[in-house]
Design a protein around this ligand. Structure first.
Ligand code: NAI
Length: 332
């Protein structure tokens, strides 16, 4: 322990007094987990990086720890080390669980990942109840309600600190819209609201920045492509998994926004699937302002056009079922 605190002090000094934050990645040896761990090790706002998995985390940790960046990396393997991995963490990023494979039903995926998320959230409630949770494990539309119920039962639930990661939908939307408009994707900002599956992914193309006017055909093409972006990757990988590299990029983009919010930066705004009063549903993805205590402000949808209003109704119908499924998994 003493060794770590000395290293932390050194890190602190190296950054001119900025302490950095303690981040855990749970599922760190997976397809998303590994590149995510690498990118987080490169983030100057991270002082301590805990890498937890039920397999292979020692190897990933040894590998990542040789990178000459300041974050101190520690590995944790198996359920018996989960509590050590989580204790003292300020952000916990969860890409643990199975991705969809050929021959597997959605029900199979839900059942496996729901149980994993439940166990991990019980650990968070016990060991780092004030951590900001970035939940990546699918189906996000159900795993976030599962996490909420676990935290409620433990008496630690704070809606500001539970964030379902929908950043990949935004990243894809920015890329695809930029392609159509002939712009640099870094200059494009597309709000994507709703949830993180099929028709629940609702890009608000009428609110794209910089302002643009898309034809009905372009709107239809872009909406479908953004909604089916995951399937595009699953098909191209032909059975070898789902999006991992673009997801790790998106997860880091989102975690970095959370870190900047924690640091007290003003005006940090990203989309996330959070507890919400924007619609009649208890959870909904919209833009949120990230601050010292998590999602401090949940923004309204803004003006929608007719195409988006129809999309919103479809999204809400499917979301309601997924949210209910998550909640009843814990309360059955
Ligand atoms: P993967 O199978 O490559 O990696 C998952 C990792 O989780 C493995 O290393 C596995 O050992 C670990 N794991 C399993 N049970 C665990 C437990 N109880 N505790 C800790 N770790 C555990 O899968 P991949 O491709 O990394 O995907 C992970 C999850 O992320 C999937 O559920 C996938 O559907 C989801 N995903 C979410 C996206 C989003 O936009 N939110 C986008 C892409 C994937």
């Amino acid at each position: 322990m003493e060794e770590i605190s000395t290293l932390e002090q050194l890190n602190c000094r190296a950054k001119g007094g900025s302490p950095g934050f303690k981040v855990a990645i749970v599922g760190a040896a997976g397809g998303i987990g590994q590149p995510l761990a690498m990118l987080m090790k490169m983030n100057p706002l991270v002082s301590v990086l805990h890498l937890y998995d039920v397999v292979n985390s020692p190897g990933v940790t040894a590998d990542i720890s040789h990178m000459d960046t300041s974050a101190v990396v520690r590995g944790f393997l198996g359920q018996q080390q989960l509590e050590d991995a989580l204790t003292g963490m300020e952000i916990v990023i969860i890409p643990a669980g199975v991705p969809r494979k050929p021959g597997m039903t959605r029900e199979d995926l839900f059942n496996i990942n729901a149980g994993i998320v439940k166990t991990l959230c019980e650990g968070i409630a016990k060991c780092c109840p004030n951590a900001i949770v970035n939940l990546i494990s699918n189906p996000v539309n159900s795993t976030v309600p599962i996490a909420e119920e676990v935290f409620k039962k433990a008496g630690t639930y704070d809606p500001k600190r539970l964030l379902g990661v929908t950043m990949l939908d935004v990243v894809r939307a920015n890329t695809f819209v930029a392609e159509v408009l002939g712009l640099d994707p870094r200059e494009v900002d597309v709000p994507v609201v709703g949830g993180h599956a099929g028709v629940t992914i609702l890009p608000l193309l009428s609110q794209v920045k910089p302002p643009c006017s898309l034809t009905p055909e372009e709107t239809e093409y872009l909406t479908k492509r953004i909604q089916d972006g995951g399937t595009e990757v699953v098909q191209a990988k032909a059975g070898a998994g789902s999006a991992t590299l673009s997801m790790a990029y998106a997860a880091v983009k989102f975690a970095d926004a959370c870190l900047r919010g924690l640091r007290g930066d003003a005006g940090v705004v990203e989309c996330a699937f959070v507890a919400s009063q924007v619609t009649e549903l208890p959870f909904f993805a919209t833009k949120v302002r990230l601050g010292r205590t998590g999602a401090e402000e949940v923004y309204q949808l803004g003006p929608l056009n007719e195409y988006e209003r129809v999309g919103l109704e479809k999204a809400k119908k499917e979301l309601a079922v997924s949210i209910k499924k998550g909640i009843s998994f814990i309360n059955k």
